[in-house]
Design a protein around this ligand. Structure first.
Ligand code: OAD
Length: 228
């Protein structure tokens, strides 16, 4: 059986593709307030503002490409059973060619019904408008997990994490729960790698190797090492 590598990624892995992170200087949350664009209350109060915020993000997705970080993770599949758990709503892991990608916080290119969360569609093009309806006649919303909403994919993510033989964390500030809490599900003794220019060892976690560099340079190095 192939060894299982589980990779937790955040906005930092897509930074070198040109997508802004959230909490770095010049991050998205400097320009937008979470309460205005990324909560269900915001959606009820001002759906146009919320639609516009995600439309702009979605539009950009059609202009960006995976970078060396995303691509290196695909190489790992030659020798390992690789599972990516991403907090990102972009599709750059899929575009790069990664086969098993779990999206914790939703997917920008998808939209869903506001009356039936199981009615999920891939949007044609980048723009979701007021008046765009699901099959049951209700307004479509971005397929995004907003702050305060449940994170349905956390259960399978916890299971995967607990089965990892190697765990890799790339480009996340580990500020947002429950995603950040996944680290506590890594089996004791499992080698853990952190790739992020600002990486610090989270509190009580053991067996950590820090690579304080960008994903574009750090991930290919780690992958080459693991494939040796
Ligand atoms: P953050 O913006 O909080 O953190 C980005 C991390 O990427 C930081 O630790 C940076 O140091 C690092 N970074 C920046 N450039 C990098 C590079 N070139 N290579 C590697 N790392 C780099 O983003 P996330 O941790 O992903 O959720 O944020 C988590 C969640 O908060 C997001 O999924 C989003 C956001 O609000 C929702 O919107 C639901």
């Amino acid at each position: 059986m192939l060894k299982k590598i589980v990779v937790l990624t955040g906005a930092g892995i897509s930074a070198e593709s040109g997508i802004r992170t959230f909490r770095d200087s010049n991050g998205l949350w400097e320009e937008h307030r979470i309460e205005d664009v990324a909560t269900y209350e915001a959606w009820e109060r001002n759906p146009e503002l919320v639609l516009n915020f995600y439309n702009q993000r979605r539009k950009q997705l059609y202009e960006v490409r995976p970078n060396a970080g995303h691509l290196a993770l695909v190489e790992l599949e030659k020798k390992f059973d690789v599972h990516i758990i991403t907090q990102n709503v972009d599709d750059l892991h899929e575009l790069a060619g990664s086969k098993k990608v779990l999206h914790l916080h939703g997917e920008l290119k998808k939209v869903r019904s506001t009356v039936d969360e199981n009615l999920v569609y891939t949007l044609d093009g980048w723009e979701l408008k007021k008046g765009d309806l699901c099959g049951k006649g209700s307004q479509l919303r971005p397929h995004i997990v907003w702050f305060g909403e449940a994170v349905p994919m956390i259960e399978p993510a916890m299971k995967l994490t607990s089965e990892a033989d190697i765990f890799i964390v790339i480009g996340t500030s580990l500020q947002v729960y429950p995603a950040a809490g996944l680290l506590h599900y890594v089996k004791r003794g499992t080698p853990l790698y952190l790739i992020d220019p600002h990486a610090t060892v989270p509190g009580d976690i053991k067996n950590v190797t820090l690579l304080r560099e960008t994903a574009g340079s750090g991930v290919p190095k780690l992958v080459a090492e693991l494939l040796k």
